[in-house]
Design a protein around this ligand. Structure first.
Ligand code: NAP
Length: 174
């Protein structure tokens, strides 16, 4: 069976995932409520990540952001990535089939531009979007132009005392 491909991301109500300068401080407003919004369970279900170069740059400001995971970084500009991670440039369908052959079971794709490309390929199965109760006003968008219409089936919606609303969808046409 091919790997499941998931998106798990937080966005402002107006659809941004980071400030223009890539800062994520605004996510703190939903911290400290004693809830991780299912993140630990999600992360433990994932064996492989595919992340864009901008997400890589932010994630690798900490020593071991994805312990025990296979991490593939997409970039045409970088010549190398941190030890233990892999650099990839090329066809994304081919990347998925390579990861499949090499045993991936559940892949987390992360980064706005990266997610949109996998959506355009109809390669995303599950999407968890956590809406942060804030209009950020400007920033880096969750979705770039996907160029395809993709029906989404709502699996669950859950609101939390912090005001975060989590929407879980299934997306891929099977
Ligand atoms: N709110 C959240 O939960 C959340 C989650 C994840 C990330 N973020 C934030 O979102 C921002 C990143 O999002 P983003 O939309 O800027 O982009 P991104 O997807 O992380 O990175 C985009 C870059 O990835 C590379 N790339 C993408 N597709 C490629 C392909 N097919 N082949 C080769 N390289 C490819 C390109 O790098 P090159 O220019 O090197 O080719 C591209 O400029 C960061 O600030 C991050 O912190 C927020």
């Amino acid at each position: 069976m091919r790997p499941i491909v998931s998106v798990y991301i937080a966005a402002s109500v107006d659809g941004y995932i980071a400030r223009k300068d890539h800062s994520l401080d605004w996510l703190d407003r939903v911290g400290g409520f004693g809830d991780d919004y299912g993140f630990k369970d999600f992360l433990s279900s994932v064996d492989t990540l595919i992340i864009g170069r901008n997400t890589y740059a932010v994630a690798t400001t900490v020593p071991d952001p994805y312990p025990g995971k296979r991490v593939v970084v997409l970039s045409r500009q970088l010549d190398s990535v941190r030890e233990g991670m892999e650099l990839y440039r090329g066809d994304l369908k081919e990347l998925l089939s390579k990861l499949h052959k090499e045993g991936a079971k559940h892949i987390w794709v992360d980064g706005g531009s990266t997610i949109s490309q996998f959506l355009a390929l109809h390669a995303v199965d599950r999407m968890t979007i956590s809406l942060i109760p804030l209009i950020l006003g400007d920033g880096l968008p969750l979705f770039n132009v996907v160029g395809k219409e993709i029906p989404c089936r709502l699996v669950s919606s859950q609101s939390y005392p912090s005001g975060l609303v989590q929407l879980r969808y299934e997306t891929a046409e099977k």
